[in-house]
Each structure stands twice: as structure tokens, then as C-alpha cells.
Design a protein around this ligand. Structure first.
Ligand code: CO
Length: 210
């Protein structure tokens, strides 16, 4: 039976490297974490949060799922969001999509993928809502790129529609929600400029605190 020895080997090398550069590194992290950011991204192995933004362990709190979706009945995501905002007091929540996303493609292509199609229904909702804009584009890749971006913007609004974000704003806590997209081709992030940092930016229907 394989024990994945190569991963333990790499782990020892990694820990040694960090310890050599800062002998107190692990002790400081063991005492507390103090991240300023919550990253909500895709599970895709090519989109690792810490590496992309050059942050060390302890500097970014991370939640990842297929196609970076925020659903108001997903207690896993909501629990992460609540802990990040209320306990860790992160200043920024960043929803990060990526071009070439398999989840977006699967939703767009209408194939039968089994159980995951229920999750991808959330992407289909985005696609259907924006069908006029998407169908106005001829190129298939460009259509999916747009769907990746629209999905991020939708999930940013879902973060803002939670009681968690709105309670934070009502308390006077500084909280900014961002939408970014990552390119697998050049490793660069793009800001989709759909930033929200106050309740006034949210439609009345979604405000939970008057
Ligand atoms: Co993806």
C-alpha cells in the first residue's frame, strides 16, 4: 500500500525551509491566526489561493468549492463566512473565479454529469439570467469567459445579501467584498470592479436590516 511518502518528504522540506527563514514562524502561527482576507475560490488544483497572491500560512482564510459559488443555503460556505467576518474580523472577502473553469464549462455544455449537476444549477441560473448578453457573442470560449465573470459578480452579490455581511456593516465594521477573475494562461488576476463596501449598494429586496 502506498503511503504517499513523497508528500511527507516534501512536507518536511517545506517546514524546514520556513523554519530556517524564520525560527519562530510555526510557534507564532500556533498561537493565533490573523488573516485580513477571506478568499472564496474554485477547487481547481491550478488556482491555489496562497501562491497566487504570494501570502504565507496565516495570512488568508480560504473557502473553495466547484466554480466558486456562494449559496444562501450552503452552511459550509456560510460557516466559513461567519467565522471569517465575526471572529477573525477579515477586512476583505474576495470571490475569485477563473477562466477555463471546468464547472462553468460543464454547466454551459448541458452534459449529464450526475450529482454535480445539482450544484452547477447555480451557474445555469446565472447563464439564464444573462442569456441575451452571452448569446450576443459568437465565440464559444468568449461566451464561457463572460459566464465566468458574470458568475463571480453574482456570487459577490450573494455574499452581500447574507445577514453576515449586512450585520457587519450595521455594526460599523469595515468589510469590502471584491470580485476577481484569474487567468490560467498567464497567472494574473483581474479586478472585475464590482466591489461592495456598504449596504446602500444592495437592492432593497435583499436588505435584511432596516
Ligand atoms: Co474552476
Amino acid at each position: 500500500m502506498s503511503k504517499l511518502n513523497s508528500l511527507f518528504e516534501k512536507n518536511r522540506e517545506w517546514a524546514k525551509r520556513l523554519h530556517t527563514s524564520d525560527p519562530d514562524f510555526f510557534q507564532k502561527l500556533a498561537d493565533q491566526q490573523n488573516p485580513e482576507y477571506l478568499w472564496i475560490g474554485c477547487s481547481d488544483s491550478r488556482v491555489p489561493a496562497n501562491q497566487i497572491v504570494g501570502l504565507l500560512p496565516g495570512e488568508i482564510f480560504v473557502h473553495r468549492n466547484v466554480a466558486n459559488v456562494v449559496v444562501h443555503t450552503d452552511f459550509n460556505c456560510l460557516a466559513v463566512l461567519q467565522y471569517a467576518v465575526e471572529i477573525l474580523q477579515v477586512k476583505h472577502v474576495i470571490v475569485v473565479g477563473h477562466y477555463g473553469c471546468g464547472g462553468i464549462r460543464a454547466a454551459y455544455e448541458d452534459a449529464d454529469n450526475g450529482l454535480i449537476d445539482n450544484w452547477l444549477r447555480n451557474i445555469k441560473d446565472v447563464q439564464h439570467r444573462h442569456r441575451a448578453r452571452i448569446e450576443a457573442i459568437d465565440d464559444e470560449e468568449a461566451r464561457m469567459d463572460l459566464l465566468c465573470e458574470l458568475n463571480v459578480m453574482t456570487q459577490v452579490s450573494h455574499v452581500c445579501h447574507t445577514t453576515i455581511a449586512q450585520n457587519a456593516w450595521a455594526r460599523g465594521q469595515k468589510l469590502t467584498v471584491h470580485g476577481w477573475v484569474y487567468s490560467l494562461r498567464d497567472g494574473l488576476l483581474k479586478d472585475l470592479e464590482c466591489t461592495v463596501d456598504q449596504v446602500d449598494q444592495i437592492p432593497d429586496a435583499y436588505r435584511v436590516i432596516c
